[in-house]
Structures are given as C-alpha cells and as structure tokens.
Design a protein around this ligand. Structure first.
Ligand code: R5P
Length: 305
C-alpha cells in the first residue's frame, strides 16, 4: 500500500518533521473555516487503497482540532483510503477516563467512540493519561512512551543528589519508571484538586530534604499541579533548583506565569503539541519525530506482511 502522510492544522511542524524522517512529502489536504465557524476540509491527494496517516494532536483549541480530525478522516474514507491511522500524540479528554462523582460523562470513551465512528482503523498516541484510556478504544492503539527519550535526555544532565518526584498519586508508576531508569530515589506528593486550575498539595512521602527535585508528569495544563508540588517540596527542604519533565506541555491559562515564578532550572518536554515561542524559563524539547517515524515504518511493514 502506498503510504500517505497528511496533517491538520494543530501541529504541521511535527508532521513535517516526521515526513522528513521517512523521506516523504506531506499529502495535499487543505483545512480552513467557513465564515460561520464550521471547518472546511479538502483532501486533494489521490488516496484509493492507500495507507494514510493523519497527524492531529488534540491540543487547544481541543474541540476544534478534534472536529477537524473527524472531517479529515471522513474525507479520506470517501476518497477510498485503504487504511486510516490517526496519529494523535496528545489525546485530549484522556483525563476523563473515570467517573468520580457518578454525575459526569466518560469523556475518554466518548472521544474514542467518535474517532472510531469517523472511520479510523488505528490510533497512535503518546503517553496517554492512564492505561485505562487505551481500553476505551475498540480499535488497535499503538500506545508509545516518550519516557525512554526523556529519561535519556535527563540521564546526561541530572545532577547528583536528585530525587524523582511524582506530583500526585496518579503519576507514581511513571515516576518509578524514571527513577529505575535513572537509578534515583522516588518521592510522592499528595495532592487534592479543588477546581480545574487549582490544586492543593499537602504532604510528601519519601525523603527529599537537601535533594534536587525532578518532577515528572504526563502533562502540564495550567501548571497548578506543578506549582503546588514545588511549593510543598521547598517547604520540606528541597533545593530551589527544580527540573520538571512532562510529555505534553499545553501551558494554558496561568501556566507560564506560575512556572515563571518557580525556581525552575528547566522544563524538559516533547513537541507533542506546538511550544509557545519565548518562555521565561529554560525549555529543552525532545522531538517525537524519530519515534513516530519509526512507528509508522513498522506499521507500514505490518500492513504489507
Ligand atoms: C493529572 O492527573 C495529570 O497527570 C496532571 O497532573 C494534571 O492534569 C496537570 O494539570 P494542571 O497543570 O492544570 O495542574
């Protein structure tokens, strides 16, 4: 099957970088808006029988990027694509993977159903919020981890006396994997979310006094979680020299101001969503392009076999 890579409007730079890794050109697909706000998608590429990879991380504006993806998938199907893979390095609504009060929707499941209903055969995602999200999909999911790339970057630059810190109970397993890889101890902050952007951190399990913290999380949205964790770590006697590692840096609302106020040595992240230009702290971006390129190469070979 001929491979065709196409991108929506959410992160063309990443799609171009993956195309470069694979020595391919991006397929012709135009996305814009009608005056009333509806999306307009036009796939000019010949797709009959092709193995199509659609790039569209679901960073903000989340719903708009999701709708654009669905329309692109439908257009590809109607142009006779043989197989459609959605490459969604950051999957929005993944935090809605359970109902805490019994009064909320199961957003992750709903998004998974819509993506499948549009005609996606397979999803490629990176560091989903939890393993439960994979179970929401009725199609195969290639769930990739950026952890080896980020840990490798860290291992070349971590200072002696560091401790890997999970900013909440949900990220403990992730922190343990980083700690094992880097051969460092682990600590856990106990947090309570009071609203979409407000978080309280109360206590820490583990020995952090005099240590240099490396906070690891799947994502930073408003940075409330990181801010609360750093403050409680400083109160517990950590060195004011914090490294934050997160696969997805959405940095919405107060995030940049919050991070800018912290004694942040650096933020290590990936390019799963576009990074905002100049930031008031050091950012080290590890590209997902080689990992995504390798994955597409393997999926393509699988389709041929
Ligand atoms: C929560 O369970 C996630 O792993 C992140 O810690 C959280 O979503 C980050 O959001 P914010 O930056 O708004 O605190």
């Amino acid at each position: 099957m001929r491979v065709v890579l196409m991108t929506g409007s959410s992160h063309p730079a990443l799609a171009n970088a993956v195309a470069k890794v694979l020595s391919l050109e991006l397929g012709r697909c135009a996305v814009d808006r009608f005056p009333d706000g509806e999306h307009h998608v036009e796939v000019a590429e010949e797709l009959r029988g092709c193995d199509v990879y659609l790039f569209q991380p679901l960073g903000p504006p989340v719903d708009s990027h999701l709708m654009e993806l669905l329309l692109m998938v439908d257009a590809c199907r109607r142009r006779g694509a043989g197989r459609v893979t959605a490459v969604v390095p950051y999957l929005a609504y993944a935090r809605h993977d359970r109902r805490e009060t019994g009064r909320e929707p199961l957003g992750a499941r709903l998004v998974a159903d819509i993506i499948r209903a549009a005609g996606v055969d397979r999803l490629v995602a990176v560091d989903l919020h939890s393993p439960a999200v994979e179970g929401c999909f009725n199609i195969p999911v290639e769930h990739l981890s950026a952890m080896p790339l980020l840990a490798d970057h860290l291992s070349r630059t971590a200072v002696p006396g560091s401790v890997v810190v999970s900013p909440d109970l949900g990220a403990v397993k992730r922190a343990e994997r980083y700690a094992a890889e880097l051969q460092l101890p682990v600590a856990v902050v106990h947090k309570r979310r009071t609203s979409g952007s407000q978080v309280q951190a109360r206590s820490i399990t583990g020995d952090v006094k005099g240590c240099t913290p490396i906070l690891v999380d799947d994502m930073i949205s408003t940075a409330g979680t990181i801010e609360a964790a750093v403050n409680v770590l400083l109160e517990a006697g950590c060195k004011p020299e914090v490294t934050v590692v997160a696969t997805h840096s959405l940095l919405v609302g107060p995030a940049i101001d919050r991070l800018g106020r912290l004694p942040l040595r650096r933020l290590i992240t990936t390019d799963s969503v576009p990074m905002i230009g100049r930031l008031p702290f050091q950012v080290e971006v590890v590209s997902l392009a080689p990992l995504l390129g390798r994955t597409i190469e393997l999926l393509r070979l699988g389709a041929q076999g």
